[in-house]
Design a protein around this ligand. Structure first.
Ligand code: FAD
Length: 397
């Protein structure tokens, strides 16, 4: 790892070993092929079981449910290594771990946990998380039209979800819908249920090595045992997003390392006007900015992991790390692309792929601006998100 302040020394030997093993595995199995997968808009489904074997799926969950019982920093370094290859690979694992396994573990019945979690940890089952709808993801409460109607011992779900990662790969979907009292509830919906459809979204110029879908639910009937019994209200999905954003704060730095290293190597070997461009002040300024942002971001991510393990993590602290680390990585990828000159626009190099991926990462799981407003509210006590936001639940996306 590029590690200017020796943050690795702050990790445990086990965490360092997980990171080394993840890097070895991903450099062998994914790095040589990622540009092709991205260009052909293909997710490497053959790696899903391997991710399970490597412990990439739900590592922080207890071993009795198939996890590793690992620390927050373990989840962090796995996210880092995945996104060093591609944000699409990290997105797959983030969704499976934080947005599917976490809500089942945190809010599911014992029966749901025992049935689903080990299979999800092994990659035998794939899940997706359906919260966003077409009318505006930043305000999922006001914009949620998906409804769950009680009918005898069943619930009947109707509505649609937009921009759902893993939608067409998933065996189960965690669907957030409003019940007859207007409360947001979570359901585990098998994707082969009658009336359930996933439509793949094509023509993406970002996160191409990842499957993104629209989900349509037309009177989908599930038994009441499909309800996640342990949570009501928007805090259910928002608590899952806090878990996922924690991983993104680490993951984005993996992408930043990838583009920084590529730009540095290029700058040392590329000569103009009789000297390597690495000798030019303008180029050095860009490299220094990338290295400084990476260093500060890694310290932030590491401290966040400590707070998470100690149970002291506040959602606003995660907002800051997600917001700043992703924007730093995006700016770094743009600078790296620039240093590479014309070569930087081809997929033979990695920077433009990371740059385009990071446009999504900057937007999903709470846009940069929404996190700015969450932090503004935290600091001032004034809510600038808008009037329709419920004061307590408006730690929106
Ligand atoms: C590739 C991809 C994968 C995704 N995967 C998933 C998934 O698996 N599951 C899921 O549920 N969702 C997923 N999403 C959805 C994602 O979380 C939303 O796109 C995101 O929350 C933003 O919502 P929106 O696109 O509807 O934009 P909007 O909410 O319509 O926002 C549009 C713009 O308005 C700004 N804005 C909104 N409100 C305010 C305000 N109050 N003040 C100032 N500015 C504001 C935003 O910052 C943004 O710039 C994914 C999205 C993408 C692109």
């Amino acid at each position: 790892m590029f590690d200017f302040y020796q943050v690795s020394d702050l990790l445990s030997p086990e965490e360092r070993e997980v990171q080394r093993a993840a890097r070895r595995f991903l450099e062998a199995e994914a790095l040589p092929h990622i540009a092709k997968w991205w260009e052909e808009a293909e997710f490497p489904t053959h790696l899903i079981r391997r991710f399970g074997e490597m412990g990439f799926l739900g590592p922080s969950l207890p071993t009795e449910y198939g996890g590793l019982g690992a620390s927050a920093a373990t989840y962090g370094v796995v996210s880092y290594e995945l996104e060093r290859i591609d944000s699409g690979l990290r997105s797959f694992c983030s969704v499976q771990s934080s947005l599917v396994m976490y809500p089942i573990w945190a809010y599911g019945s014992e029966e749901q946990k025992r049935f689903y979690l080990p299979k999800l940890a092994r990659g035998e089952l794939v899940g997706c998380f359906g919260l966003t709808e077409a009318d505006g993801g930043s305000d999922p409460d006001s914009n949620m039209k998906t409804r769950a109607r009680r009918d005898g011992d069943d619930y009947v779900l109707s509505g649609s979800k937009m921009w759902i990662t893993n939608g067409n790969l998933a065996h189960i979907a965690i669907i957030w819908a409003k019940d007859e009292e207007g409360e947001v509830r979570g359901f585990i919906v098998p994707t082969d249920s009658k009336g359930f459809r996933a439509n793949k979204i094509h023509h993406k110029a970002s996160l191409r090595a990842s499957v993104t879908s629209e989900l349509v639910l037309e009177e989908v009937r599930v038994p009441k045992s499909a309800l996640l019994p342990g949570v009501k209200g928007l805090k259910g999905p928002l608590s899952c997003l806090t878990q996922a954003r924690f991983g993104i704060a680490w993951g984005a730095l993996g992408a930043l390392e990838a583009v920084y290293t590529e730009a540095l190597e290029f700058a040392k070997s590329r000569s103009t006007f009789g000297a390597p461009i690495a000798r030019r002040q303008l180029v050095q300024e860009k490299l220094v900015r990338m290295a400084a942002d990476h260093t500060k971001g890694l310290l932030l991510a590491w401290r966040l992991a400590q707070l998470k393990d100690q149970g002291k993590l506040k959602p606003a602290q995660v907002s800051l790390a997600k917001r700043d680390n992703v924007r730093a990585a995006l700016n770094g990828a743009r600078a790296a692309r620039e240093i590479l000159g014309g070569s930087g626009i081809t997929l033979e190099y990695h920077s433009i792929r990371h740059m385009l991926n990071l446009e999504t990462v900057d937007t999903y799981e709470g846009t940069h601006d929404i996190h700015t407003l969450i932090l503004g509210r935290e600091l001032t006590g004034e809510n600038a998100l808008g009037e329709s936001s419920k004061p307590k639940e408006a730690a929106l996306r």
